[in-house]
Design a protein around this ligand. Structure first.
Ligand SMILES: Nc1ncnc2c1ncn2[C@@H]1O[C@H](COP(=O)(O)OP(=O)(O)OP(=O)(O)O)[C@@H](O)[C@H]1O
Ligand SMILES: [Mg+2]
Length: 297
């Protein structure tokens, strides 16, 4: 759902001498859950109890030189999260058409490679168990786990002028298995929903052959081994049902953005997508088997 956003309202924080300074805030369209504005080279977004954990992760990524994510820049005088603005074209999920650059096999390979680099860049990062994530409490990573972004949709990705992708909106990051990020990418980028949903989400027509190649390309981009490939079909279904449940739970807790999302079908659509995928599961599994359809063809 693309929420209606406030028109560009200048806001007036106190200047250094207490006099008001007008700062131009440009609303950024494309999000579902919060009001996001651009102020100069920064974006301002709703902060929450999860923000310190997310910023610790973003700080680590910056320290190790991973540049595929915004930089965390603290919070502003209104308590909003401040992050660096990533220049480029942001992906969408309707109502405007998804840019063709996000719908190619190369894009799928590149986003798979982004996930790989994001996971690899976490070597040596130990999240502070005292810091909560948005939907789960803080905890140490278990063996084999990483901090999973959980929301690497086309709509949270920016195509930069140099042709590389950066991913934004780490609100749903939390510890988990690497395959969880791949499952979400496969769902969004292949995409794993029926034709009518593809049209509704402004992705145009996608053939099954194209979907199978994209599915394989994501895993090739990640350099997924046989064990990981074997986990993928179950992980995709789990991801869809978990997503539906999370939307329901946040709505039940009274979060207005999620109440709106449930009303707009965002708890229900993932379950339909899961049915769509379940009935084609063997085709997709074959495409990522070592002798299956290869994304590089
Ligand atoms: N760091 C950033 N750099 C560039 N653009 C950004 C950045 N953060 C957000 N945007 C823009 O603002 C839009 C909404 O941002 P964001 O995804 O953070 O909002 P949201 O409401 O949390 O979204 P979601 O629907 O994923 O919950 C994005 O689609 C993108 O166009
Ligand atoms: Mg977003």
């Amino acid at each position: 759902m693309r929420g209606a956003r406030a028109a560009g309202v200048p806001h007036r924080p106190p200047g250094p001498t207490g006099s008001p300074v007008t700062v131009h805030e440009e609303p950024l369209a494309g999000g579902n859950t919060g009001v996001v504005v651009r102020v100069g080279d920064t974006v301002r977004r709703q902060a929450g109890p999860w923000t310190p954990a997310v910023h610790a992760l973003l700080d680590h990524l910056e320290t190790v030189g991973f540049d595929g994510a915004p930089r965390a820049l603290g919070t502003d005088e209104l308590g909003r999260e401040v992050a660096s603005y990533v220049e480029g074209v942001a992906g969408t999920l309707g109502p405007q058409p998804l840019a063709p650059e996000f719908q190619t096999i190369e894009a799928c390979r590149a986003i798979g490679a982004w996930v790989r680099a994001f996971h690899d860049a976490q070597a040596g990062f130990a999240p502070d168990p005292a810091l909560p994530w948005r939907v789960v409490p803080g905890r140490a990573l278990r063996p084999g786990e990483v901090v999973v972004h959980h929301d690497v949709g086309t709509y949270n990705t920016v195509l930069r002028p140099d042709g590389s992708f950066a991913v934004i909106d780490f609100d749903f990051a939390s510890p988990g298995a690497p395959v969880e990020d791949l499952a979400y990418v496969l769902w969004s980028w292949t995409p794993l929903w029926g034709e009518s949903a593809a049209v509704r989400r402004e992705m145009g027509a996608v053939t099954m052959a194209d979907r199978l190649h994209k599915f394989a390309a994501v895993l090739d981009g990640y350099a997924a081994d046989a064990d990981l490939r074997a986990q993928v079909p179950d992980a995709v279904l789990q991801c869809m049902t978990d997503h539906s449940r999370t939307v329901e739970e946040l709505a039940a807790q009274g979060d207005p953005a999620f109440v709106r999302m449930v009303a707009d079908g965002h708890a229900e659509h993932p379950l339909r997508d899961a049915e769509w995928f379940a009935s084609r599961r063997e085709l997709f599994a074959a495409a990522i088997a070592p002798s299956g359809v290869r994304g590089s063809e």
